[in-house]
Design a binder for this molecule. Structure first.
Ligand SMILES: *Cc1c(COP(=O)(O)O)cnc(C)c1O
Length: 426
């Protein structure tokens, strides 16, 4: 750890929140070099939906490597790429009545977002993008311009333009329909809001605090985009690939986005892989117009194909994720109700947030949880929400053990807080 302090840039972040050296990992358990087991409810920020070192997926990669097949080939044709496109097309898209073209972008989510924004501007000839309060779409310049967080925006060092922020579902409380507000502004020719090239949205805001948009709100936003001639983009980087129970997070709302952005758990193994799904009618790219050295890395395509084949050929996996999500939600709601009615539980599927309202409580509880063997991250504008993203493949016992650690950690945090307040009052 001293090596990191001395030689790694000050920008390092998760090695501070989780101060340990992690040497091995399997499924939902990470092992530290001191021999401590840590239950992982963070899953690489949602990049490990099928768990660490998923052995079935790993077998496909190992076989591929052993055969001297092409690992890096820019975006040249390989059997790995053909197989991925065919599997994803038949198992994921066709099953859901969806028709898309595939664009493999650079390996980060941010690069895929850049591509989606560029394409929208190219198709419409407009510049403005509508994004939502507390939205997060990555940190490259175009992507961070659509992200709400002031800390990240300020780090850009240049003026971030081309985005208008609108209130997300529920931003002004349950009584204000923010979709109606957006519609009114866009149809008013003197509202001062330029017609957008695209409206970009997360169906559940992951970094923003596990804020959940309703089916009706999402449908309204899609309809507004259509009405004003803007592309409708769903950023499914964190909430896609089964996180909310179905493969795409927008299935429950029966949406039909013009562009879907996928990354994080797409490769199924924690390998970097990002792509856009694009409706054919908006595929206006010239060949090579958005390029990059690492697009559609073959090893990642092999693991992605394996994940799709292993988990998504039937409804069983999806039903299991929803069942586990229900259990977890119930347990978190019970914990919330034991303490204070200001705590709130939000989310869908296995993406759940425990809103402590106060950042210090969330921070102390997460820190204590890590000491006791549970890894949880925080999110929300002030990091006041404890975020639960266990692997979708987690077993009930490990899930329950992790929740027990959280329950104890929160109880201790609150007891300590009470004692400190009492001693201050004296
Ligand atoms: C993580 C994330 C991104 C950015 O992906 P990177 O790979 O970190 O660039 C964009 N949008 C959402 C919703 C994300 O969760």
């Amino acid at each position: 750890m001293q090596v990191l302090e001395a030689l790694e840039s000050n920008v390092r972040s998760y090695s501070r929140s989780f101060p340990a050296v992690f040497s091995r990992a399997r499924g939902s358990i990470m092992l530290t070099s001191c021999g401590r087991n840590v239950i992982d409810f963070f899953s690489g920020a949602g990049a490990l939906n099928y768990g660490h070192n998923n052995h079935q997926i790993k077998a496909a990669i190992a076989e591929y490597l052993a055969s001297d097949a092409v690992v890096h080939g820019l975006d040249m044709a390989t059997p790995a790429k053909l197989e991925f496109i065919e599997s994803f097309n038949s198992i994921i898209l066709r099953e859901r009545g969806l028709q898309y073209r595939f664009q493999f972008t650079g390996p980060t989510g941010a690069n895929a977002i850049e591509a989606a924004l560029k394409l929208s501007r190219k198709v419409t000839g407009r510049q403005n993008i509508i994004s939502f309060t507390q939205g997060y779409h990555g940190l490259s310049l175009g992507a961070v311009a659509t992200s709400g967080n002031r800390f990240y925006r300020a780090a850009s060092g240049v003026s971030l333009c081309g985005t208008t922020f609108m209130p997300y579902d529920g931003y002004f409380g349950p009584d204000v329909d923010t979709a109606e507000y957006l519609r009114d502004l866009l149809v008013d020719d003197s509202s001062g809001i330029d017609f957008p090239a695209a409206i970009i949205v997360e169906t559940v805001q992951g970094e923003g605090g596990i804020n959940v948009a309703s089916r009706q709100w999402l449908q309204s936003i899609q309809a507004i985009a259509k009405r004003v001639g803007a592309l409708f983009i769903v950023d499914d980087i964190q909430m896609g690939c089964g996180r909310t129970g179905e493969f795409f997070s927008f299935e429950f709302a029966e949406l039909s986005p013009d562009i879907v952005v996928l990354s994080k758990s797409l490769s199924g193994f924690g390998l970097p892989l990002s792509m856009l799904l694009i409706k054919e009618s908006v595929d206006a790219w010239q060949p090579g117009e958005h390029t990059g050295t690492f697009r559609g890395n073959n090893l990642a395509l092999v693991s992605a194909t394996a994940a799709v084949n292993i988990y998504w050929r039937s409804r069983i996996f999806s039903e299991e994720v929803q069942r586990l999500g229900g259990l977890m939600r119930q347990r978190l709601e019970t914990i919330a109700s034991q303490h204070s009615n200001s705590f709130a539980v939000r989310g869908r599927g296995l993406a759940l947030g425990f809103d402590c309202q106060i950042a210090e409580i969330a921070q102390a509880a997460a820190r204590k949880a890590f000491e006791k063997g549970l890894m949880v991250e925080r999110c929300g504008p002030n990091d006041q929400v404890v975020k639960f993203l266990p692997a979708l493949t987690i077993d009930v016992e490990t899930l329950s053990d992790g929740l027990e650690i959280f329950e104890d950690s929160l109880a201790q945090t609150l007891k300590l807080g009470q004692r400190q307040r009492m001693s201050k009052a004296r």
